[in-house]
Design a protein around this ligand. Structure first.
Ligand code: NAD
Ligand code: 0WE
Length: 258
């Protein structure tokens, strides 16, 4: 298990116990990290407070990543909680309008195109910028975001989320260049389909899992815990010279041509 003792982490994207962000937070907690959480919307506040309580989370605060004010406040609060320093940032946030994950990408309207890119890609840039001074004070840091193969290849129905993930993947590389001189690492995990809140509502999700079981080298689907374990590596000192990269946690599916 990775050692995170004394490390201070901010986790965005816990919605419930199935969230990938929660699997990552549990790894951090098991390694002895100090934790802060954000949630989006009153509807999930109580769930996130309970989960955070179970790992002695020191801060639970609202953050809608569309809001510059929210982001500024959240990083100020995290700074107060952690003595002006931050070691770890977990960005596990994405959203596109449900209707845009069903029909044709061609039909995506302008506002909903930008909505998906705002929440799912620009938010990493805004959060990295806000984390920068806190991580610089800590002598460096590690940022991990969640991506999907649909940003590199056309996955039917992933549509505008794929365009958002392509933007996110490229942002990881530019952020890694900018922040590398401050010893801040920026990496992505590309997970295969995981049965979370965001995934369950997707039509044909079971079919996707079946395809992974049939065609991926390891012939099994991916759990949030599998992703948590990979994130623990990227966030730990074991990955001290790893930045600007994508780690696939997808049973090897990405390597196949058929
Ligand atoms: P999830 O629903 O548990 O997490 C998505 C999170 O995004 C939620 O906590 C939600 O509150 C948050 N969010 C949405 N809009 C927001 C906003 N405006 N401001 C702040 N937060 C907002 O689902 P998940 O599957 O754990 O998704 C986490 C990440 O993993 C996403 O980036 C997703 O694209 C990525 N991912 C998921 C899978 C999968 O199959 N589940 C595969 C690869 C990558
Ligand atoms: O990134 C994702 C899903 C992210 C997501 C999910 C939802 C559902 C609810 C973003 N926005 C919304 N909006 C909602 O209203 N994944 C990688 C999981 C996923 O979603 C797909 C996939 C896979 C895989 C959609 C179509 C095809 C494949």
């Amino acid at each position: 298990m990775a050692d995170f003792s004394g490390k201070r982490a901010l986790v965005l994207g816990v919605a419930n116990k199935r969230s990938i962000a929660w699997a990552i937070a549990q790894q951090l907690a098991a390694g002895g990290a100090r934790l802060a959480f954000t949630y989006q919307g009153e509807r999930i506040e109580e769930t996130v407070r309970e989960l955070a309580g179970s790992v002695s989370g020191e801060l639970v605060t609202e953050c809608d990543v569309r809001s510059d004010d929210d982001i500024a406040r959240v990083f100020a609060e995290a700074g107060e909680t952690f003595g002006g320093e931050l070691d770890i940032l977990v960005h596990s946030v994405a959203f596109a309008a449900a209707e845009d994950l069903e029909g044709r990408f061609t039909d995506t309207p302008r506002e909903r195109f930008w909505l998906a890119l705002d929440i799912s890609a620009y938010s990493l840039v805004a959060c990295a910028r806000a984390a920068e001074p806190l991580m610089e004070k800590a002598g460096g840091g590690s940022i991990v975001t969640m991506t999907y193969l649909g940003g590199e290849r056309a996955v039917p129905h992933y549509n505008v989320m794929g365009v958002a993930k392509a933007t996110l993947d490229s942002s990881v590389k530019y952020l890694a260049w900018d922040l590398g001189r401050k010893n801040i690492r920026v990496n992505a995990i590309s997970a295969g389909p995981v049965r979370t809140l965001a995934a369950r509502s997707i039509a044909g999700f079971t079919t996707m899992e079946d395809i992974v079981e049939e065609r991926a080298p390891l012939r099994r689907h991916v759990s949030a815990d599998d992703v948590g374990a990979a994130a623990a590596y990227l966030l730990s000192d074991a990955a001290r010279n790893v930045t600007a990269t994508t780690l696939y946690v997808d049973s090897g599916y990405h390597a196949m041509g058929m």
